[in-house]
Design a protein around this ligand. Sequence first.
Ligand SMILES: *Cc1c(COP(=O)(O)O)cnc(C)c1O
Length: 305
Amino acid sequence: MLRRMASNGPNISRQLRSVLDRINAAAQRRPEHLQKREPRLVAVSKTKPVSMIIEAYACGQRHFGENYVQELADKSIDPEIREKCKDIQWHFIGHLQRNKVNKVTGSPGLYMVETVDSEKIAQALNNSWGKQSASEPLAVMLQVNTSGEENKSGADPKEADKMAFFIRDKCPHLRLAGLMTIGSVQSSTSEGPNPDFQCLSECRKMVASALGVEEQDLELSMGMSQDYERAVEAGSTNVRVGSTIFGARDYPPQQSNGTPSQNSSDNPSASSQASEKSGDTAQKCVAKDTPEATANYLDHLSLGT
Ligand SMILES: *Cc1c(COP(=O)(O)O)cnc(C)c1O
């Protein structure tokens, strides 16, 4: 018998299966040096009801992403989720402000914070996690602004190694799991290699070399509904897919006090569509204005100095 509740909304089970199949197929197409790690699917459930999370969990999905602090806090303590999704793994993927870190770290089932983009935020998370006397350090990703768009969150690619040192040396309660980017719509729809993915891979090279670890010890979180297959081919180990699984989102109305739709990173696609785009994003990645500086920077990246 078909379940009636599925008749109106998206067929989550089928969509999930299809996304996982496509991720696996894309993973087979990766060059050999990127084969080490199976990509993880993070089902992005922001703005979607608890019932959909429970349905996806029942299909075997364990990793879920939220990018509004309050929504993560509410969903993570939802009694039905606590009861039916005991092993849920939450990823926080939204812009984080210092005064909200306790809400994030206090969310049961928190697995990773993917959006650390400043030393201040790293420090605040470190202190907050440390106070919880958790036995394991909190996994975090360094968010990098690979597209150079001013309305995007993320550290400058040139600062990535400095930030990585800061997390390693000054944040004993954090573990740097990898690097994350949102990227521009222009990059994800253009032909050929995606400059945002290339930029993030270069940043990983630089950070791994700076820290003296293997590249594959650091994850790459890149790829969303419209480009997750290409992201996996380019080495992504963590794709964040929302609307393809759960259907298009209705955004809450814009408010003026720093709530959801005001921050651009809360709605990556909408914000990039609205942004001015000119020039080559790979150029912007290095954020230098002369060809010489660009060449030097690229040398610096590939030498890992
Ligand atoms: C909303 C969101 C996603 C998912 O976007 P879809 O296009 O719906 O797959 C991924 N990453 C971040 C940071 C998001 O905010």
